[in-house]
Design a protein around this ligand. Sequence first.
Ligand code: URA
Length: 221
Amino acid sequence: MAKSGEYEIPKQVVLLDATAQLKALMSIIRGKTTQRGDFIFYSDRVIRLLVEEALNHLPFVEKEVTTPTGAKYNGLGFKGHICGVSIMRAGEAMEQGLRDCCRSVRIGKILIQRDEETAQPTLYYAKLPPDIAERYVLLLDPMLATGGSANKAIEVLLDHGVPEERILFVNLICAPEGIDTVLGAHPKIKIVTAEIDSGLDERKWIIPGLGDFGCRYFGTE
Ligand code: URA
């Protein structure tokens, strides 16, 4: 089994190849002094790599086409339809990367916040494509920290009839705790990520992480 430090990476996790290019992109977005314009530009580049990789894990069917030469080409076509679902707010930063790869893709949104009294992740808003149960779903959220919001979002998808095995959760950075929480509850989903960090601090920030992704991307505090 592959490892990230001491952590044994579960088989449901698809980790981007740790190429020098990816490391360089991640070094820019992780840097404390990186300006917002660069943060957006280089995050978008990583998001594009993640979406392209996620698409590799969808089913294909054989497809023959005729080229302008009149000859046949034995190729492949996507088997099913997809859609995106972003977990607001940070996940919205990943929507354009998905649109860049999949023209006219439908994108739903889910808003989950921690209830101040119960401290439980609570669903505040969900707007999803009506035929989502027939689609493969790329669930978008850049940081998988505790896994609480992710699990709540996955439950929303399941309640709308999406089978677990049709969900690909796409993010830039995971904490091992988040991976274990999500896969512990939903073992059939796939997680597509760029890097796995060492863990969470006492405030549940990913360490080393990159700080608050949403604030850095959208320029808020
Ligand atoms: N969300 C973030 O933006 N950063 C973290 O470290 C954890 C959750």
